[in-house]
Each structure stands twice: as C-alpha cells, then as structure tokens.
Write a protein of this length. Sequence first.
Length: 287
Amino acid sequence: MTDAKVSRLACLAPAKLNLFLHVVGRRADGYHLLQTVFRLIDFSDQLNFVLRHDGTVKLLSPIPGVPEDTDLCVRAARLLQQESGVSSGVDILLEKRIPMGGGLGGGSSDAATTLLALNRLWGLNWPRDRLIQLGVKLGADVPVFIFGKSAFAEGIGEKLVPIDLPPAWYLVLTPSAQVPTAQVFGSKELTRNTIPIKIPPFSVEHGHNDLEPVVCRLYPEVARCLEWLKQLDSPRMAAMTGSGACVFAEFAAEPTARAALSQLPSDMCGFVARGLDHHPLHDFVEQ
C-alpha cells in the first residue's frame, strides 16, 4: 500500500570505484568470476521521483541514443512493479553527471536508487536482501549500490561482504572514450586466472585490475591518463576502475588530491571526490 504522505523524492545515485578487479575464472554460461573491492564516492547523478496513480512509468529526461524501454531506471521501476504487483507508477527526472561507459557504475547506480526510492514511494517496505535479489536481474553492479557500503565482492560481483576502508579522497580522470564492457571481457588478451585472495586480510594497494592492460592497449588516451596519475608523488594507489575508461588516484587528504587536480594537463578532464562509507539512501531500507 502506498504511503500517502510521500508523493515525491529527490535522491542521489553515487558513482563507485573498483579499487582492484581480479578475474579469477569463467562460468559455463560465459559470465566471468571476479573479485573486487567497491568504494562509493560522493560524485552523483540526481534523480527526482514523482508518484503517479495510473501505473505509468515515465522517464522525463531520456538520454540521447538510449531508448526509454532499455533505460535502467525504467527497467528497474517496471521490474519492481511486476514483482510487487503495485498499481502505482512514477515520473522520473534524471540529471546525469556520471560519465557513461566510464566504469563508474552510473547506470547501475541509477537503477539501484530507483529501486530504493520506489520501495519507499510505493510503500512496499521490502528488506534490503530482497531488493538486492531484484538488482541482480538488472546488472552485476546494481547489488552493491543497494547494499550501500564499501564491499568485497565475488561471483559476478553480487556476493558482497562489508569491509572497512580508511578515509580517502580520489582524483578521477575521465577520458573521452566510452569502453564497451563486452569488448573488454571478450578480448583474447584478457587473463582469467588470477589466484583468488581470501578475506581477511588483504591489501587493496597490492591488488590490480586485470582489465587494465587490455583497455590501455585499445584506448591510448586511457593509458596516457593512467601514466600521468602514476607519475604523481603522493597517491597511495593509481588504477583503472571497472572496465574503464575512467582512472583514479587515491589520496589520504583532500588538499593533496586537489593539488594534483590543479596540475592536470589542459587536454585532460577530471574531478575530486571523497570516499563514502555509506550510500546516501542506506537508511531507506531495513537490513
């Protein structure tokens, strides 16, 4: 039953970084088995949801080149409608900031925020685990945003264990390339036999991204941005996130990260963001 007191919500959908990404095998159905650490950052898309009573799900801000029926926000809303049997609908206004095809999880985060917001707007009150199970159907990165905190992930990315990470600031560079995930995972050059690690303990700084060499060979602008980060004096680590194209360096303090940003060559783009311990909507659902 819909809570009549809530008819609209304004919500954030934060980006994520993969502090490392190991490909440890491949399932019979072709999906790759991964180990990774997810860190949410305070660089976000903004979504606004307005309750409808006619069952219609409408995206008011379609993304050029993305049909509305394939948009992850719309798919998430319709999937939740279908699984819950709710008769309500929603108008969705999406303000994109997270680059597409950058490995920052923007589409997955938008889908997760849609599930979290509509769970409240439609008065469903589903627990977190049930929403996570729904999120898996939308994409391997969706569950961690519903999980809502830093996590060590295994499987295809859906088996999540919370971890504590030290405070950190990140300089994230955003090359203009959009890297197709399927192209990278399908590359013959991709190694799929990294020895699995166990938790605890492990060192994030000693991890690596198995997709990074493949992407850097295919997209020289990614390689150049990563090399620039690695020549800086003070980062704790520098790596590519996800399947790229974005790369990042981690710093212990904001001033150091912003000082590095001020040195950025004029033909590179980037931003500074703080690492988050919890998703902004973490308290929207019960454990």
